[in-house]
Design a protein around this ligand. Structure first.
Ligand code: HEC
Ligand code: HEC
Length: 305
């Protein structure tokens, strides 16, 4: 926010500027009675006899100058040009943005409302709904999940059957509306280096990686610490977004170094809330996402609407 002091300074500087311009124009344009026809002769002489005259500016030009000063004063009164003074229109960037968003919402509401009241599953079979969902996805989700929705390191693939938080229509709507936050605690301190080595060997063995059997057995015993979140069978817990650790599908990567990093320092994946999109658009998005792992729809291609 602007402090009152800054506001006064801005107002004074702005007004002095306009008054100064006005005075300068008046001063250069004034005519003295004896100069009306000739113009003032200035004290410069070139080539012996060439003289310069200070002729007043043409009237139309002057009028333009004074009109722009008038415009300026009007602007000062209507818009926030004088710090916190003036601004009779109560204009702000935020209010303009709000007005444009409201107009856009009003314009598009009928388009989305045509799909209101239908289940996400039903929408996921309607090509027109999927086309809209696809373009909403391209505008709001591809920067994280990729234009083909297959994700990237730390950003889940949305086209497979492996869900952190659940792949039912209701769970997907919930994810998009409220966002999600996955918290894997840093356990390096608790486990110690040897403990980390053991538990990493065990976790990776669940996806088929090789390690010394004794190491794996030691890790299995340590897994009680992890079971509270990932489950005793390591198949994960969708209530808190704890991934299935037994399927060789990795959010952050399954190499020994990456799993060690995950266990030692923890992870904190964040899916932002998209509540602001409104219910109708969220359901279209959910239908599109749902279709990606249910045979319908086509993965989004960059650049197509
Ligand atoms: C700023 C990046 C970002 C944006 C934008 C984003 N997401 Fe996500 N999304 C994530 C992350 C990160 C996760 C995983 C959260 C975690 O690790 O707990 C996620 C998780 C999800 C999940 C849960 C996947 C699962 O396996 O349960 C769905 C569904 C999803 N996002 C859909 C969307 C849709 C639809 C949009 C667009 C409206 C979107 N996301 C926009 C980052 C993003
Ligand atoms: C408090 C609950 C909690 C505990 C305890 C916990 N985890 Fe996690 N773990 C999570 C969550 C939630 C995530 C997902 C983090 C994200 O979305 O960013 C995760 C992610 C992981 C990942 C990344 C998986 C991938 O696909 O990249 C690994 C590996 C992992 N945990 C292993 C372990 C091991 C081993 C232990 C025990 C030593 C453990 N976790 C204990 C909640 C937990």
């Amino acid at each position: 926010m602007m402090t009152p002091g800054l506001s006064v300074i801005i107002a004074i500087v702005s007004i002095l500027n306009v008054v100064g311009c006005g005075w300068l124009i008046w001063w250069t344009a004034r005519r003295r009675p004896d100069e009306v026809s000739q113009g003032e002769v200035i004290d410069h002489v070139w080539d012996g006899d060439l003289r310069e005259r200070n002729n007043p500016m043409p009237r139309w030009w002057l009028i333009l100058f004074f009109a722009s000063i008038g415009f300026c004063l009007l602007y000062f009164a209507l818009y926030p040009a004088l710090g916190t003074f003036g601004n009779l229109l109560h204009w702000s960037k935020a209010s303009q943005y709000e007005a444009e968003m409201t107009a856009a919402r009003r314009e598009y509401a009928p388009v989305y409302a045509a799909f209101a009241g239908r289940s996400v599953e039903d929408l996921s079979k309607d090509p027109r709904a999927l086309a809209l969902g696809h373009s909403l996805f391209a505008n709001n989700c591809v920067q994280c999940h990729g234009s083909d929705a297959r994700g990237a390191r730390g950003f889940p693939n949305l086209t497979d059957q492996d869900w952190l938080y659940g792949g039912t229509p209701d769970r997907i709507v919930e994810t998009i509306t409220n966002g999600r936050e996955g918290v894997m605690p840093a356990l390096g301190e608790v486990l110690g280096p040897q403990g980390v080595t053991e538990v990493v060997a065990y976790v990776r063995s669940l996806s088929g990686a090789q390690a010394a059997p004794a190491l794996i057995e030691a890790g299995r015993a340590r897994f009680v610490l992890c079971a509270a979140c990932h489950g005793a069978d390591a198949k994960g817990n969708q209530a808190i977004g704890a991934p299935n650790l037994s399927d060789d599908i990795w959010l952050y990567g399954g190499s020994e170094a990456t799993v060690r990093q995950t266990v030692t320092y923890g992870r904190h994946g964040q899916m932002p809330s998209h509540r602001w999109l409104g219910e109708d658009r969220i359901r279209l998005l959910a239908a599109y996402v749902y279709s990606l792992s249910h045979g319908g729809g086509t993965p989004a291609v960059a650049g197509t609407p």
